[in-house]
Write a protein that binds this ligand. Structure first.
Ligand code: AMP
Length: 528
């Protein structure tokens, strides 16, 4: 929180950020927030998704907006409806008690609903270019008095052929507004837009760190969000001696994961960035002495952590940028030992992982979740070794008499079995584990996609496969479990192919033409 405070944010905003569990600004936020809080220069910021860019523009905009106006104050353009919804949600969650109306406007949603929302009075509009332009043409949206204009994922908007629309929209905005352009890459076309519509701009870039981590074995698991905790337990349990850091995104998550681990009997604790120095030191010292073997932390809290022999670093949540990934996993595999970095990704995060892999040139291999039976077997083996060690090294005299006494009336097998049950019943109980294998293994790294078209629209299995094959060059045998219902359909594809289909078919428009088919990820467990 200290760094957020030093950026000059209001008490209300600091409260919101505290509640959201943000501890410190991400690199792009650290640069953008102060730049946008003061002055009136336009900015171009180079940032990918997942870097916290929405808050980078959302926080300062909310701080500078005025509550009493009756016109739209902010227009944010985003390339896809998913992003528009996501951005609107994030801004809503950042506004706190301020009475701003944030409305996402995108193709595919009923115009009348949008009209109703617009009529009520809107302060912030987050929209896709096509639909925003529709409303401008109808006169149902006015942007001639906006103070802030954001072009989010500008390069994506260009790739999707929205250049003309974006230009037409920008022409209807007032001259004295402030424009912020966010883009993962800054090709010449982006600079051209900037030169035409942004008279005076600064460029904000985040320095790329040098990235190499060669002594770390890197794997990832595809898990659904709700199965992350169970997955973590399995990874810890299969290890002979797990000694590691678990990274979460927010303080709230850190608390929750640490608490759940403690409840399940693990020696775990949480590390917060804004904990008192005393408690921080107490927990760190326990971790160094291995009284605590699992430390759940945010990136900020783990900064400067000096522990050498970690067996594991777990990315319970993906980091904000590739640099943080390298920084996180560099905490294992030190002092000549091989370390393990385990990353959890949910199906929708596959693309983010690819960005990390590409930028860090890391070899992150997909791994299979340890099976319950294997974990139990490993635990049994460990118990066996432990007992054999005790037999070899301890005098055991104190127990000999009791042992002979028990042997009088019972067989050695029975006594031993009873002792094992008495000591290890909980530890060896399969019921400790919930079945997550089905959710993940059943899908075998595949994603279920939903298409809002069905028999009623003349769609057939053959047609659907042909379209996907023709447009995305995906061979028919990769397309599984096609289910064509009356109004909609489902298909299953491997992660990679699903991403290709999603990004091809998600757009509202392709080069001026309305996209006929739209694919989205199916909700968990639905029709699977
Ligand atoms: P974005 O890059 O805007 O899509 O943000 C990615 C995710 O990071 C969102 O879920 C945000 O809520 C979260 N996030 C943004 N800033 C921070 C921060 N400073 N600390 C923790 N999480 C953040």
């Amino acid at each position: 929180m200290e760094i957020f405070k030093s950026l000059g944010l209001s008490a209300e905003m600091l409260k919101v950020l505290e509640k959201k569990g943000f501890e410190a600004p991400t690199p792009i936020q650290e640069k953008c927030i102060p730049a946008l809080l003061k002055g009136d220069r336009d900015i171009i910021a180079q940032a990918q998704t997942g870097t916290g860019k929405t808050a980078a523009f959302g926080i300062p905009i909310l701080e500078r907006m005025s509550e009493k106006l009756r016109n739209v104050q902010v227009l944010i353009l985003a390339p896809t409806r998913e992003l528009a919804i996501q951005v609107a949600e994030e801004i809503n969650s950042l506004k706190g008690k301020r009475k701003f109306n944030v409305v996402p406007i995108y193709g595919g949603q009923s115009i009348s609903l949008q009209l109703r929302q617009l009529r009520k009075g809107v302060d912030i509009v987050v929209g896709t270019p096509g639909r925003v332009l529709d409303h401008l043409k109808r006169g149902t949206l006015k942007i001639d008095k906006i103070s802030y204009m954001v072009l989010d994922e500008a390069d994506e908007m260009l790739n999707m052929g929205f250049l003309e629309e974006v230009g037409a929209i920008l022409k209807q905005t007032p001259e004295n507004k402030r424009t912020m352009l966010f883009s993962a890459t800054i090709p010449d076309e982006i600079l051209k837009i900037a030169k035409t519509y942004m008279p005076d701009y600064d460029v904000i870039k985040i320095k790329k760190a040098q990235m190499t981590v060669s002594t770390v074995d890197q794997i990832y698991f595809e898990v659904h969000k709700n199965d992350k905790f169970e997955t973590l337990c399995r990874i810890v349990d299969i290890e002979e001696e797990f000694y590691g850091l678990v990274f979460c995104k927010t303080k709230v998550d850190v608390d929750s994961v640490a608490h759940q681990l403690q409840e399940r009997g693990y020696d775990a604790d949480a590390l917060h960035g804004d904990m008192s120095q005393n408690s921080r030191e107490r927990i760190l010292s326990k971790f160094k002495k291995k009284t605590i073997t699992i430390l759940v932390a945010t990136d900020v809290a783990a900064r400067g952590l000096d522990v050498n022999d970690l067996t594991h670093v777990i990315n319970y949540a993906l980091p904000h940028d590739p640099e943080s990934y390298v920084h996180r996993i560099g905490r294992t595999g030190r002092a000549g030992k091989t370390g393990n970095a385990v990353t959890f990704i949910t199906p929708s995060e596959y693309r983010k992982l690819q960005v990390i892999t590409k930028r860090t040139k890391a070899d992150i291999k997909k791994a299979k979740l340890p099976k319950i039976q294997d974990i139990i077997k490993t635990k049994q083996l460990r118990i066996k070794t432990k007992l054999e060690n005790i037999i070899k090294t301890s005098p055991l005299e104190k127990y000999r008499e009791m042992s002979l006494d028990l042997l009088k009336d019972n067989s050695p097998e029975d006594i031993l079995a009873a002792l094992l049950q008495h000591s290890f019943q909980d530890d060896l109980d399969v019921n400790n584990y919930t079945e997550i294998e089905d959710a993940v293994v059943d899908m075998k790294g595949k994603t279920r996609l939903f298409v809002p078209r069905g028999k009623g629209d003349g769609l057939t299995t053959k047609k659907l496969i042909e379209i996907i094959n023709e447009k995305c060059k995906i061979s028919p045998e990769k397309i599984r479990d096609v289910l064509i219902l009356d109004k909609f359909s489902f298909i299953t594809l491997p992660f990679n192919e699903a991403e290709i289909v999603l990004s091809f078919f998600k757009r509202g428009k392709t080069r001026g033409k309305t996209q006929e088919l739209v694919f989205v990820k199916a909700k968990k467990d639905k029709n699977r």
